[in-house]
Write a new protein. Sequence first.
Lengths: 170, 308
Amino acid sequence: MKWRRTAVAVALVILGVALQTTLFVRLRPFGASPALALLVTLAVSRHMGQVSALVVGFATGLLLDLLSETALGLWALVLTCVAYATVRLRRRFEDDVTLLIPGVFLLSFSTLALYALVGTIFGEQTLSDAQVVRKMLLPAVYNTILSPLVLPPITRLLRARPGTGRGLDL
Amino acid sequence: MWRPSRVDRSTGAFIGLVIACLALVTIDLRASGEGLGGTLRDGVQAAFTPIQKAAAWVTRPVVGFFEGLSDLVGLRDENRVLRLQVADLQGQLAETESLQRRVEELEAILAIEPPEGLDTVAARVLATGPSDFDAIRLIDKGRRHGVTVDMPVVDEGGLLGRVVSVTDTSARVRLITDPTMRIAVRVERTGEAGILTGRGGGLMQLEMFNTDTALIEGDLLVTADGRFPAGIPVARVAADADAEVGFSLRTTAVPEGELSRVDYVKVLVFTSDAVGSQEPEGEEPVQPPLEEQSTTTTAPGPGTTTSP
């Protein structure tokens, strides 16, 4: 069960990153695109074990780092934080599903803001970008719009089957 | 007696991973993108390119459809009456428009006359950077096709960016709008030189060396000698500008290249090294643009800038 869940998580991450980098080459409403990899990390982290979720966040971030020209470890740092926040907050999301959509927006926005801040600290000049607010706000809005399409299927794929217990910890 | 509070397992793992990330960033910055980080990047990009090619192939019709739809939405006011008549043909029309645009782009890109008779390599954009902060594009031509680091990339409008890393079958292009890009340009009308700086997208910032000659909206900016071959259109001045108290002359400029919807591009087989070695002896050198003052001809690593 654990291996199946891990394999599905890896496949989802690769699919998310591949779509993120190819689907939005030309399709950029208002000059921005959704942060799909972030959304997938968030969705996967809701259903993985606590440590596994952190590893998924770290690995997804590392993949993004390796596919970009930014310093290695920046996205890894940011997506590890996303996974940690999700692990900490997921029980609250499950108790009140209406919190999930605003939660996706806030988490997406904070993540991109954190990336902009950390990127600037490490010399990427992200905060000197004239469109920095737009690049944080619009992807967060798009993620919020996409979350009803992305989160339920991932939940169905990763949810522990009845009788198997949650058994999420590594 | 004070005892440290107990840290749960996930928090411990989180702290460990954060430390690992910070260590990675530090090591990679120290290596300037070379070393293990550079090797890993090339390896992962080479391994991921087939996946991106497959994803691009699968998603292209979807993108074309939505592009067609967005174009139609943009023309809604003008075409309100006509839209009712063509509603049933909308799907086919969107697809046809998308195909037609691609054919036109391809024809236009093949018709580009490279400066100074340079060889060119036509390429297709496969992928974009992982986030809106990454002003990079992945193209489907690499080392095997003669593409190397630092080569300029153009479309039918003008300069788009330059190659910053290459694998056998693909290359990454940093767009001119990236905040780390600084391009030496000349105003075509006056011949005055200046520096164009990316601002992440949209308008770029232009700063002139000589503050005496005013800039007029619509002035074409072309590349000066240096990292790029001279004479490639880069941007147009977006607003008139006069010197402020005689000290600086700054304004904004709109890139000439179609950066947001680029599909086909041409890589110019040119490196600043080659030009330096071909320069005739005894000729008075042109005022060196800022990029030339850089001692390295390889792509700057993460966290570095192309500024002097």
